[in-house]
Design a protein around this ligand. Structure first.
Ligand SMILES: [Zn+2]
Length: 142
């Protein structure tokens, strides 16, 4: 009779472990527009266009789609800055409405534009760290 290997497979946390991914580090790297894994390669190839892969470590960015989440987060962040500011100024100083609009509208527009790319990078970084990505049968673990 042939002898079959009876070496038991012990499943532990480390058995199927892949690389460790720190969410906070990936978030910060994405916020700076850098690859969440290596922190060196650029994440974006255009203003809001995520590159296909990292030029330094080769991480595939294609399964990571932020969709509309960055826009919602920017609305929440900018809204929590501009609205209390407008209410505080209106309550204490009551400047003319035209003056307020001349300040708040450009401020809101500029803050939204400035935050959109970093927030999208942070979302992609968090997606990568938490392994939240679309299924790709050719590369199930990007
Ligand atoms: Zn990289």
């Amino acid at each position: 009779m042939e002898n079959v290997s009876t070496r038991p497979i012990v499943w532990t946390r480390e058995t199927g472990a892949t690389e460790k991914r720190d969410v906070w580090t990936a978030l910060k790297r994405g916020f700076r527009g850098r690859c969440p894994r290596c922190g060196e390669g650029k994440l974006f190839r255009a203003f809001l266009k995520v590159d296909n892969a990292c030029s330094v470590c080769g991480l595939d960015f294609t399964p990571h789609r932020a969709d509309d989440l960055p826009a919602y987060l920017v609305i929440v962040i900018v809204g929590h800055i501009v609205v209390p500011l407008a209410l505080m100024i209106e309550t204490n100083y009551s400047p003319p409405v035209a003056l307020q609009l001349a300040i708040y509208l450009p401020l809101t527009f500029a803050a939204s534009l400035l935050l959109l790319q970093p927030v999208k990078g942070a979302v992609v970084g968090v997606q990568w760290a938490l392994r939240m990505h679309g299924f790709d049968e050719n590369n199930p673990e990007p």
